[in-house]
Design a protein around this ligand. Structure first.
Ligand code: ATP
Ligand code: MG
Ligand code: MG
Length: 549
């Protein structure tokens, strides 16, 4: 892609590297393994890995697994697969849970410095004393406990002496700070739950704010990039690092990706999965990386999308059509053209010998430098064409088939419609044509001039396939900002299944990694459920932006 100016994070990094503040850029991508990654994560992945590639540093993959209840190994595995598929490789695979002992020791250090205390208040009691953004909070009755008592109580918390919620460890900062997060935040809570990696070793778990910055610091992360929701957390991030006297990682915030016609939080996507609204995390309508992959998106197109949306400091809403544009552009360059008839009607060529056939040659991709090679296409006197390519009473400027009209059959001959047959209900069932033997594509000497070209498949040679065509998952631009539940705004018509489409025989050898342009119809790929006996294709995207105004 073309040259662009530096974004604000690149400016910061270049300054830091030029001034010698850091020698090597180290970033991290820190997903919580509580769901599958989505296109929003792709933005953070492209940012973090893209920066370290550009500046010759490295990126760690750190699973931010501090909540034993929602995390699963299935998610760890899928997240790794998705990052690799996007084209990135991390330097170290790390887990916040590997730092549980160190984080515990950091907490002890804070207690020893008189900077943390055990609070027996309930969640409600603690909240009641927090104050409001305009009014200072009040000290907890447990705030003035001695260091010895706090050390002992924290040890008892760790040893499992208390039940969930009986007490917490809080940082002792400032109950009248204008930043509510600085009003003695909870840093450890009790949870008697099995953790996906540490099992039952721990029954106390660090809060996000106590884990994240310190984990960055442990790994000597130089630039810790996160989304704007964390702006107010930065003060706390810095406070812990300063009080603990550890490596000064620095946090910078950028605008998260919001995309029209979808939702992006893992919690909400999980709801769609659990309630059966979609077939799974990798349903082709999902904004997850695995859903996009199954839909036929390429890693290149997703990276290009992330590059185009750029990095901003202010929230915005990106059009889904931009993502579609990016994949359409990439597939236009790379996908082989093939013929598939989705809504078939029979066309009989009356002057072509019955029972005879010939092999025609089709160029695979006129947009590719090598034209993508070529393929063989069988032709005969009986073809399937699209029902919509025939009009009994043609509109003005109709260049396709109609009584008396001529059209070119792609890669084949020019035909003229002589007649058509209707059933008792008045539906056209067959179109009868004659062909011009001297009009063969590539060696046409007929001097006939036709404006329209249509696709077709020989009935005797056609294979059948199921074709799934998708629409947006939600019917409104921003389901998150509508009144009521986001699920009230689902598009009830987001998938259309064509049980029996006819495809050219070449497509019987399609593999999972290939993408195709069904000429005049859109871009398609095999679905995960496809078998050689029952081919299933997904539409990735139509040929044109159907939503363009
Ligand atoms: P979700 O609510 O979807 O679970 P999250 O922020 O809780 O999002 P994490 O697994 O913690 O999910 O995210 C890992 C990284 O991805 C974080 O650094 C986070 O800032 C980033 N990220 C998550 N969602 C987006 C988004 N929509 N745009 C850009 N970055 C995102
Ligand atoms: Mg998170
Ligand atoms: Mg989350």
């Amino acid at each position: 892609s073309e040259e662009r100016s530096l974004n604000f994070i690149e400016e910061i990094i270049e300054n830091d590297l030029n001034s010698g503040k850091y020698e090597t850029l180290i970033t991290r991508f820190p997903p919580e393994p509580n769901g599958y990654l989505h296109i929003g994560h792709a933005k953070a992945i492209c940012l973090n890995f893209g920066l370290s590639q550009k500046y010759g540093g490295y990126t760690n993959l750190r699973f931010d697994d501090t909540n034993p209840v929602t995390e699963k190994t299935e998610y760890v595995d899928s997240q790794q697969q998705d990052i690799k598929w996007l084209g990135f490789q991390w330097k170290n695979e790390l887990y916040t849970s590997d730092y549980f002992q160190t984080l515990h020791d950091f907490a002890v250090k804070l207690i020893e410095k008189g900077l943390a205390y055990v609070d027996h208040g309930t969640a409600e009691e603690i909240a009641a004393l927090k104050g409001t953004p305009t009014e200072p909070g009040k000290d907890s009755p447990y705030r003035s406990r001695s260091t010895e008592e706090n050390l002992e109580l924290f040890a008892e918390m760790k040893a499992g002496k208390f039940e969930d919620g009986a007490c917490t460890l809080r940082a002792k900062i400032d109950m009248s700070s204008p930043n509510m997060l600085m009003r003695d935040p909870i840093i450890y809570r009790i949870k008697h739950a099995e953790h996906h990696r540490t099992g039952n070793t721990w029954c106390i778990y660090p809060m996000y704010d106590f884990a994240h910055g310190q984990s960055d610091s442990i790994e000597s992360i130089t630039h810790s990039l996160c989304t704007l929701e964390y702006v107010s957390h930065r003060e706390l991030y810095n406070w812990f690092i300063e009080m603990l006297e550890i490596f000064p990682s620095q946090q910078y915030e950028f605008a998260r990706l919001n995309l029209t016609y979808t939702v992006m939080s893992k919690r909400k996507l999980l709801q769609l999965v659990n309630e059966g609204v979609v077939s799974g995390w990798n349903d082709p309508r999902m904004p997850t990386i695995s859903g996009l992959r199954r839909r036929g998106y390429t890693p290149e197109s997703i990276r290009e999308f992330c590059e185009r949306i750029g990095i901003a400091k202010r929230e915005n809403l990106i059009e889904l059509s931009l993502l579609e544009f990016c994949v359409r552009e990439h597939l236009n360059k790379t996908a082989n053209r093939v013929m598939a008839v989705l809504d078939p009607i029979k066309l009989v060529i009356t002057n072509y010998p019955e029972g005879q056939s010939e092999i025609l040659i089709g160029e695979n991709n006129p947009e590719a430098e090598d034209k993508g090679g070529s393929r063989e296409i069988p032709f005969s006197n009986e073809l399937w064409i699209e029902r919509e390519d025939f009009m009994e009473e043609p509109a003005k400027k109709w260049f396709r088939l109609a009584p008396g009209a001529m059209v070119r059959l792609k890669n084949a001959y020019i035909v003229q419609c002589d007649d058509f047959i209707k059933d008792e209900n008045g539906n056209v069932t067959e179109i009868r044509c004659s062909y011009f033997p001297n009009s063969k594509s590539g060696e046409d000497t007929s001097e006939l001039h036709v404006k329209g070209t249509i696709h077709w498949v020989s009935t005797a040679h056609a294979k059948t396939a199921e074709v799934r065509i998708y629409d947006r998952l939600f019917s409104v631009e921003s389901p998150d900002s509508e009144e009521g539940d986001f699920k009230d705004y689902l598009n009830s018509d987001s998938v259309r299944v064509i049980k029996q489409a006819y495809i050219e025989p070449y497509l019987a050898q399609a593999d999972m990694d290939s993408r195709y342009q069904f000429i005049r119809k859109g871009y398609y790929c095999l679905d995960l459920e496809s078998t050689p006996e029952h081919l299933v294709f997904n539409q990735t995207v139509g040929l044109k932006d159907a939503w363009a105004k």
